[in-house]
Design a protein around this ligand. Structure first.
Ligand SMILES: NC(=O)c1ccc[n+]([C@@H]2O[C@H](COP(=O)([O-])OP(=O)(O)OC[C@H]3O[C@@H](n4cnc5c(N)ncnc54)[C@H](O)[C@@H]3O)[C@@H](O)[C@H]2O)c1
Length: 257
């Protein structure tokens, strides 16, 4: 059953494209006022106008690089000051570039970029948002993991390491936050057709070659899962939502080079 919320506020990181963009739209349709963070503010402004036109919700936009501690702190403070509350944090921002090199061709710079975005960025955002959630008596951290954080085959070693870390952080924080009014969920997709998956697979031709054997999920499919988790009643915690194209279900090894 679909629930609607009223007056709640959701932060979406990496909202300028793909799953983040679709989730921002659908969370607004479900009743959330939304705070959009990404490095490309122009794209966020366009999305904000679209959301306002479609839903009438309030939208806050600010430049955000989740790797930068001071930017994260300033962003979360600005959202709290603007809306007076933070109910949902969707840690969606993720990096694909740098997964492509095989281990013998990879370097410290692309390992760091990957782990700083997918892991440290998520930790920074969560650390800043959770106290406001506890103070407000309601919170839900939703992390974009991946089946790469479960099956360890998709996307290369460093990407897998980052997504296993996302799952570990999610499970550990759930324990750490026991007794506090903050829920925590991972949404773990298989192949989704976004800019990210095209980059991850190297180029459009390669991506299409994979897609010929598979009907990938859409960003909207994943946004549906995000909205489902975000709109459950407060006493319901969904630990994880694992969602794959049918062709990947049970396959284990996916999207290999
Ligand atoms: N596409 C897939 O097949 C797939 C599968 C499983 C999980 N995911 C996860 O879903 C999430 C979204 O990916 P997507 O497929 O929508 O790709 P995408 O490239 O369209 O979106 C990623 C977003 O993150 C933003 N971003 C990257 N680095 C950032 C930073 N330092 N600070 C702020 N924003 C930053 C990008 O600008 C972009 O808006 C990622 O965490 C990804 O790992 C994607």
């Amino acid at each position: 059953m679909a629930f609607k919320v009223q007056g709640q506020v959701a932060i979406i990181t990496g909202a300028s494209s793909g799953i983040g963009r679709a989730s921002a739209l659908q969370l607004a349709e479900a009743g959330f006022n939304v705070a959009l963070g990404a490095r490309q503010v122009e794209k966020l402004e366009t999305l904000a106008a679209e959301i306002k036109g479609m839903t009438g919700r309030e939208v806050f936009v600010m430049s955000l690089d989740v790797r930068e501690e001071q930017q994260v702190s300033a962003f979360v403070t600005a959202v709290k000051n603007h809306f007076g509350r933070i109910d949902v944090l969707l840690n969606n921002a993720g990096l694909a570039k740098g997964v492509m090199p095989v281990i013998e061709e990879s370097n410290v710079a692309n390992w760091d970029a990957m782990l700083d975005t997918n892991v440290r960025g998520l930790l920074l955002m969560t650390r800043e948002a959770v106290p406001h959630m506890i103070e407000g008596g309601n919170g839900h951290v939703i992390n974009l993991g991946s089946i790469a954080g479960r099956e360890a085959y998709a996307g290369g070693a460093v990407y897998c390491a980052s997504k296993f870390a996302v799952r570990a952080i999610t499970d550990a924080l759930r324990q750490e936050l026991l007794g506090k009014p903050v829920r925590i969920t991972t949404v773990d997709p298989g192949m989704v057709e976004t800019e990210f998956s095209v980059v991850r697979l190297g180029d459009k031709d390669k991506a299409d070659a994979v897609y010929t054997n598979m009907t990938p999920l859409s960003a909207e499919d994943i946004a549906d899962c995000v909205v489902y988790a975000a709109t459950r009643p407060k006493h319901v915690n969904i630990d994880a939502i694992i969602v794959k194209p049918l062709d990947q279900a049970g396959a284990g090894k996916v999207a290999r080079r």
